[in-house]
Design a protein around this ligand. Sequence first.
Ligand SMILES: [Zn+2]
Length: 158
Amino acid sequence: MTTRPFHRDWLERRMIAEGVDGPWVAHRELVEDREYSTVFHVVLRYGDGFWRLEYQLSNASDQDVDHWFNQVEIEATQVWPAAAAHIVWQDTPPLAGGGSTSCTWTDEEGMTKVCQDPAPWIVVYQTGAMARKTDLCDVHVTTAMLAPHCGVREVRKR
Ligand SMILES: [Zn+2]
């Protein structure tokens, strides 16, 4: 691991912690949400390399935190870009012929359980203004319809 210090004056002049992305900022990332501050990593282009530093922002307008953790010389770690798998989050694809969605049911205590059985039933619950949809198996769709407290609004087959 190679490190080098950055002087806080250098960082403050370029307003790195204030979110200014000059030509030297290659990457920023939220790494930790603490009680009073949020910690970020920033990767700077400097010299012939990339350097990762940590800074924090206050979580409240009336709560001051030092961006650079009260350090004068902030230690940076040398890093290099690497290609990585990129995960995207997409809607559940429509299911053909009954499908393989597992039954997710709610027990008497209101706990959500997954029973793993195929779930051809779609049940919509209504609580006040909130509607919630769940997939249920043949057994648990009966349980849901027999429980008067849980506010079933709609039951239909997939
Ligand atoms: Zn079930």
